[in-house]
Design a protein around this ligand. Sequence first.
Ligand SMILES: O=C(O)CCC(=O)C(=O)O
Length: 252
Amino acid sequence: MNATDVVRTALLDSTQVDALRAGADEVEAWPTGSHVWGHYAEHTPDGPRICRTENVSACHPGIAALVAGTLADCAAEALGEPVVAFKDKLNYKQPGGAGFSPHQDKVAYPGVDRVMSILVAIDDCRVESGCLWLSGDARDVLPVDDRGVVRADVTAALAWFPVELASGDAVWIDGLAPHYSERNRGDVARRVLVASYAPAGERYSRAHYYAQRADRMRQETERDGRFRISTLADFDGAEVATDAPTGHCTHA
Ligand SMILES: O=C(O)CCC(=O)C(=O)O
């Protein structure tokens, strides 16, 4: 497998890219911790910057429409059957922003069987700005360490390729495909929207996923004392710890 097998060039047209960019700007301006599903910041050399917003669809109709429309069609094509969108997030990766250690989405999303994520580039994603790296070598769930990321010795034995994208391009990430990304060493942001889908027949839902996610994150943090922005402790950055969400979203 290489990047040409999994990239859809220009999945979004220029009107869709402009709308997505405007939506991401709008959401990024929300105060840290103000969105009940997660609106997280990290420490960067330029100070705290927003690094991730979870479940953007819940509070942004434009992005919700994209997740339910063009991106869902792309996921259905990849899985070869109708899909349900159960998760989406914006990853911002500002200059100096951190990457993510190698992981598999099937391990990260509690109880899901088959999953296909579509990562669409808002800004150009280059090696320098911390694009995604993928491996096509895994046929099953791989051994993990205490953070839930693929064990270093296993990671070292896999073949990896970078997935460079222009804004509007997308990449399919199968639930078993190990992937990671590096720090943004450039001077412009590398923002992406990532939406995740399960086959509709599995009856896996957004409400189920986000309830399971909250439980899993609470349990894991009780176990290891780490503040985290996902079920796995795969984020390599220094998060700005915020209080647990209260169950009330100020943007809904
Ligand atoms: O945005 C990235 O670089 C990594 C995407 C990803 O794997 C994740 O958010 O879990």
